[in-house]
Write a protein that binds this ligand. Structure first.
Ligand SMILES: Nc1nc2c(ncn2[C@@H]2O[C@H](COP(=O)(O)OP(=O)(O)OP(=O)(O)O)[C@@H](O)[C@H]2O)c(=O)[nH]1
Ligand SMILES: [Mg+2]
Length: 676
């Protein structure tokens, strides 16, 4: 329909507003479904549907905005949310990321490395802006010292190092900055001013923005370092992000940091969510088309061309000012930044005979970006919507078939009780036989899907070998982190695919059996919600919750979201003694970490296999349960003696219900058609 793996976009562009409308409709459809269904088991796993609905309700879209220092990240976000609230032109502290979300009242929460929390509510925009600047930015005078390294040292070791030659050498080596000795006093001053109590690690900003914004969380990431690296908390966010926007000035077009970011930081999975946003297009306005084409060519192997855009955030901000009723003259006077661009593009607009406001928006490039971005973000949940509709439709179909079967039986009962009892007995016999059949199918499944020659074994082994090699050959800590994550994600995928195969197998077999039983015993094989079973199994196998369900609030405790990773890091940190100081020995640490990860990885794979086998039992239990229920229903029908009036009344009620269901089905089908 729309796109697969974010690779290609077709005609159907979905906007947030559309999505929100459809979502609301589907929530209503689900509520009616729950009512109409009552206690009747139509084979649909209502709990699982309910989960999906509640996920929809709490859905959050995370947009991570990453890029090198000074690339224009904060300005870009400001222009997107139409408020100049994030500090720009100040160096963002390396360990502070700022999350921005919609809130009716302004709200600012700052969490420091020590755990200390500060909350500001109901403050004015200017005050929030000031506070943000103070907290998230690094003072100008420290720009030439490796503040991020010092902060990281503090975060890792908790104490402030003595600044001696060794430490200065350590800083120089790791930062690539030379002659730090000469600014020793700066180092001292900086270190004196830092403690876990004033290193912010998470800043949450709620504000009544005027974008269709309430489900979006934008994250202003600290600049990736020159070699494209990010620290663990940033990595966590990148992993969770629904879209990663890598901001890069349009010139120079070639970016080492982007290449490294892609090759060694973000996981394969996240690669599918990556956008490249080239900013500052106003500065090279004449060349921008050419540069865009060049970027698409240069980055074709790492990023899909329909996810590369050229924008100018300042032009967008000018447009927003105009939207708010300011005149170009006023804008010129108020902002030094904008002045030059107002003048240049005002002229251009005049030349081209364009209306001012329109011109600035069009020159900004955001008109192209925003629809694609919105569509990209809602496409996945959109698919989820259609899946929910499909399940409900299946449920209704089964309900109608159960009701019709019941009406038939009731009519038979009215005509001839003998005959009716015989029919029920025949059906019960059929069900008994069906149960045996189902177990046979399960046996068959076990031989196909379990054991040394099963497809999952082959895949698991292959997988193990691949990652074994990758781990062993990884020389950088950061890459190891990415590959470990890749391995975990890969396992998830592997499990998913294999469970799907099992489900497919059951689906086909049950269909065959169904035809046979319909003819022989006049019973329909009860509907089994295989996709819900699949999901339940997946939850058993992979303990990690799907991202959507994860509460963002718990992220801080999940500072170690990368659990094994973090665990190894903190438990097995290898330090060596250099002179009087313990210094982090990267080589030794990497070796230990690599081995630990390997051990852990293999353990996970083994465990996974066990769990996977258990999944088959899960199918068995579910199928057994559904068949038993159907038998009980027949048993009850048999026992009950009913007068003809009673029977007529029941039939009438059932027919009424069928009419209601048919009405809903019609509604769903209409909506389904739109969504397709
Ligand atoms: N003309 C033009 N200037 C821009 C654009 N984006 C950012 N700038 C300017 O570039 C400078 C840096 O922008 P910031 O938004 O602070 O960059 P940043 O990536 O957030 O920087 P750090 O947080 O320190 O890493 C500011 O002076 C902005 O006005 C753009 O699209 N066009
Ligand atoms: Mg910034």
């Amino acid at each position: 329909m729309m796109y697969l793996n974010g690779k290609s976009f077709n005609k159907g562009i979905v906007k947030f507003t559309d999505y929100k409308i459809y979502k609301q409709q589907i929530i209503e459809i689900f509520n009616s479904y729950k009512n109409l269904r009552g206690n009747l088991n139509d084979g649909i796993d209502v709990k699982s549907l309910e989960n999906k609905i509640s996920n929809l309700k709490n859905n959050q879209f995370i947009i991570a905005v990453a890029g090198e220092v000074k690339a224009g990240k904060s300005t870009f976000i400001n222009s997107l949310i139409k408020e100049e609230i994030l500090p720009t032109d100040v160096l963002q502290a390396t360990n502070a990321l700022i999350e921005i979300f919609y809130s009716k009242k302004p709200y600012l929460k700052i969490t420091y490395a020590s755990g200390k929390v500060e909350v500001l509510e109901d403050e004015t925009k200017d005050l929030l802006k000031e506070k943000l600047k103070k907290v998230a930015a690094i003072p100008e005078e420290y720009r030439d010292i490796p503040v991020n390294l010092i902060d990281l040292y503090l975060l890792e070791y908790g104490n402030i190092p003595i600044i001696d030659e060794e430490f200065i050498k350590y800083l120089e080596e790791r930062s690539g900055i030379e002659n730090l000795k000469e600014v020793r006093y700066k180092l001292e001053n900086y270190i004196m001013s830092r403690s876990k109590d004033n290193i912010p690690i998470r800043i949450e900003l709620g504000y009544p923005f005027s974008w269709e914004f309430d489900e979006i969380r934008l994250v202003d990431m600290p600049g990736v370092n020159a070699i494209g690296g990010v620290h663990d908390l940033s990595f966590t966010f990148l992993e969770k992000a629904n879209a990663i926007l890598f901001i890069h000035p349009i010139k120079p077009i070639e970016s080492e940091s982007l290449k490294r970011f892609v090759s060694s930081v973000i996981t394969n999975k996240s690669k599918e969510t990556l956008f490249l946003i080239l900013t500052h297009s106003a500065v090279f306005f004449e060349e921008k088309e050419r540069l865009l084409e060049e970027a698409k060519r240069i980055y074709s192997s790492i990023i899909s061309p329909d996810r590369i855009f050229v924008v100018d955030s300042i032009l967008k901000l000018i447009y927003e000012d105009l939207e708010k009723g300011k005149t170009l003259e006023e804008i010129k006077k108020q902002s030094r930044h904008k002045r030059k661009w107002v003048m240049y593009f005002q002229d251009l607009a005049e030349e081209e005979g364009l209306e001012e406001k329109k011109a600035f928006l069009s020159y900004s490039g955001f008109e192209e970006l925003i629809p694609v971005l919105e569509n990209f973000l809602v496409s996945v949940p959109f698919l989820e919507l259609t899946k929910i509709l499909e399940s409900i439709l299946d449920g209704y179909k089964e309900q109608i078939s159960i009701y019709q079967e019941t009406i038939e039986l009731l009519q038979k009962q009215k005509r001839d009780r003998e005959d009716f009892l015989k029919e029920i007995e025949r059906m019960q016999k059929g069900l008994k036989k069906l149960e045996t059949y189902c177990y046979l199918i399960l046996e068959e499944a076990a031989t196909i899907f379990m054991g040394v020659h099963s497809p999952i074994e082959a895949r698991l082994n292959e997988f193990k070998m691949t990652y074994y090699d990758i781990f062993l050959n990884t020389k950088e800590l950061e890459e190891l982190r990415k590959y470990y994550r890749d391995a975990e994600n890969g396992l998830n995928q592997l499990v998913k695919e294999n469970l799907k195969q099992i489900s497919e197998f059951f689906r086909k077999r049950l269909e065959q059996v169904g035809e046979q039983f319909k003819e022989e015993y006049n019973i329909s094989v009860p509907k089994i919600d295989l996709s819900a079973i699949e999901e339940a199994c997946r939850r058993e196998v992979i303990r990690k919750e799907p991202i959507i369900e994860e509460k963002l609030e718990s992220l801080l405790e999940n500072w170690n979201f990368l659990k094994p990773w973090k665990w190894f890091k903190s438990e097995r940190t290898k330090k060596i003694i250099v002179g009087s100081r313990e210094i982090f020995d990267k080589e030794a640490f990497l070796k230990i970490l690599r081995n630990s990860l390997l051990e852990n990885f293999i353990e996970v794979v083994e465990k996974l296999r066990d769990e996977f086998y258990k999944a088959l039992n899960f199918y068995k239990a579910k199928i057994g349960y559904i068949l038993e229920e159907k038998r009980n229903r027949l048993e009850n029908l048999k026992k009950e003696l009913k007068s003809n009036e009673r029977i007529d009344y029941e039939i009438l009620m059932i027919e009424k219900k069928i009419t209601l269901i048919e009405k809903e089905v019609k509604k769903i089908k209409a909506l389904y058609k739109i969504l397709q």
